[in-house]
Design a protein around this ligand. Structure first.
Ligand code: SF4
Length: 177
């Protein structure tokens, strides 16, 4: 049984399918203090709840909406790669800690499916979190499945977000347009 840190339902689809094909049973772990504003957080959380219910997947929603904590966390680096690395570390450290303390064999993350994330940083930070908390990081390169997963999410009419998550990424998404 592994704990699957999950950013959203569309990214979860193919990750869950792949793990199930490997006979790995994932428990979905929604811990994303980076998702703002609250209405966006709720849309993603509610979509994931419906998805997990339909798929019969166990879901843990951890921490709730975390705007203030996230802003404090990223105060030292508000721009680009530095901010994202802090964001990954917060989410993966928390997932690794929860996995280690609650009897999971290891953890992984649906962030590994996105070609828009810093994949090498995710791998490094996931492995570091595993070593820190004494658990295993199931590294997978899910990226070749990204387009198929997005198409499947559209077919299922799942809510599809327009930006990565934080208010900075929302600005980066729309200020150019
Ligand atoms: S752009 Fe995405 S990964 Fe980077 S800090 Fe914002 S929410 Fe986190």
């Amino acid at each position: 049984m592994i704990l699957l840190h999950t950013c959203c339902a569309p990214c979860a689809l193919k990750c869950v399918e792949t793990l199930k094909d490997e006979r790995v049973a994932p428990t979905v772990f929604f811990y994303n203090p980076n998702i703002h504003p609250y209405t966006e957080y709720k849309s993603r959380a509610d979509t994931l709840k419906d998805f997990c219910k339909n798929e019969g997947l166990p879901l843990i929603e951890h921490g709730g909406y975390g705007l203030r904590d996230f802003l404090a966390l990223t105060a030292e680096s508000r721009e680009g790669r530095g901010r994202c690395r802090l964001c990954y570390a917060e989410r993966l450290d928390t997932t690794a800690k929860y996995a280690a303390e609650n009897g999971f064999e290891g953890f992984s993350t649906t962030l590994l499916i996105s070609p828009y994330q810093d994949h090498e940083s995710l791998k490094e930070i996931g492995e570091r979190a595993a070593a820190r908390f004494g658990t295993e990081f199931l590294y997978r390169d899910f990226r070749p499945l990204f387009r198929a997963g997005q198409a499947m999410a559209r077919e299922k009419t799942l809510y599809m977000q327009k930006y990565c998550g934080c208010i900075f990424s929302e600005e980066e998404r729309y200020i150019r347009n």
